[in-house]
Design a protein around this ligand. Sequence first.
Ligand SMILES: Cc1cc2nc3c(=O)[nH]c(=O)nc-3n(C[C@H](O)[C@H](O)[C@H](O)COP(=O)(O)O)c2cc1C
Length: 339
Amino acid sequence: MKIGSVDLPSPFAVAPMAGMTDTAFRRLVKRHGGCGLVVTEMVSAEGLVRGIDRTLEYAEYTEEERPVSIQIFGGDPDKMAAAAQIVEGMGADIVDVNMGCPVPKIAKHNAGCSLMREPAHAASVIAAMAKAVKIPVTVKMRAGWNDEEKNAPDLARMVEDAGAAAVAVHGRTAAQSYSGLADWDIVARIADALTIPVFGSGDCIEPEQVVARMRAGVEGVLVGRGVLRNPWILAQALDLAAGRPARTVTMADRGQFLLDYIDLLKNERIDESRAVSHDRWIVNKLRALGSWYTKGLDNGSHLRAAINAADSLPALCEMVGAFFFADEPVAAESVAAGN
Ligand SMILES: Cc1cc2nc3c(=O)[nH]c(=O)nc-3n(C[C@H](O)[C@H](O)[C@H](O)COP(=O)(O)O)c2cc1C
């Protein structure tokens, strides 16, 4: 499938997740297969235009992640167009606009999901961006602001007319935040009405659900929390879609993922003066991932508590080794040695 002229090797993608889908995590998911597109954490258009270092860091990616979409948020058409040009200059394949974030800090600045409340203005943002860049401009929205304003079908058509190359819809309203269930009927209606590709997002935890959601008529599925729990879910979904059994993932595989993530993080953001040490930053990153990664695992709550209690990076590595490699003394030794 394609978004504009960009070929996606699979219809299954990693959804943007602030604080979670950093370049290290995206690289690892990509290496495990099945991933047609990665989207960065949301990045402030204002920060990009002002050249703020921390903002630029959020937009960093590596070649192995391609095709890569950088998601920006903001509400001013000129600034969004300028930010899109910066994203294009950074070599990204796609620039995506966040119209789904319900967090007041973002929404009150006329950005994120509050753009859905002003559809004409939202369309003018997309028109300005599409005019400013050659790479595809895409939009990620929710079903609407609340139950009374479930206007994603109208807005999707308006942004298509304004030049969007694809739309992704998370079938919850901003008011719902993450409660209840995503409304895939509204996703299906939008997929039916638009000529550009439509992606659906919401509540795919098992690979079977990812494949089943394609029946809504979408071109692809963005998986968020399911990837944080199981980074192999996209590869497994692709297996199922191809008529193969889903690949099995062992405890050792799961442990190795965390160790590989730690290894990649060791080489990220090392030359920066920050309030916390680099090791502490990695521990915090593992805690954030651990709160999702441990869900559904036997003894997952114990692992989660242990990750939260680990007070140093070596202690964390040792604990991961003990939990995942209990039956594999060789791997456990190499973990304890800090490899
Ligand atoms: C921790 C977290 C951070 C998120 N950050 C973003 C974001 O930066 N931009 C965005 O468009 N959506 C964001 N989302 C929404 C997801 O992309 C996705 O649409 C939503 O979680 C529903 O899909 P899921 O059930 O597969 O997680 C975030 C979701 C989570 C759980």
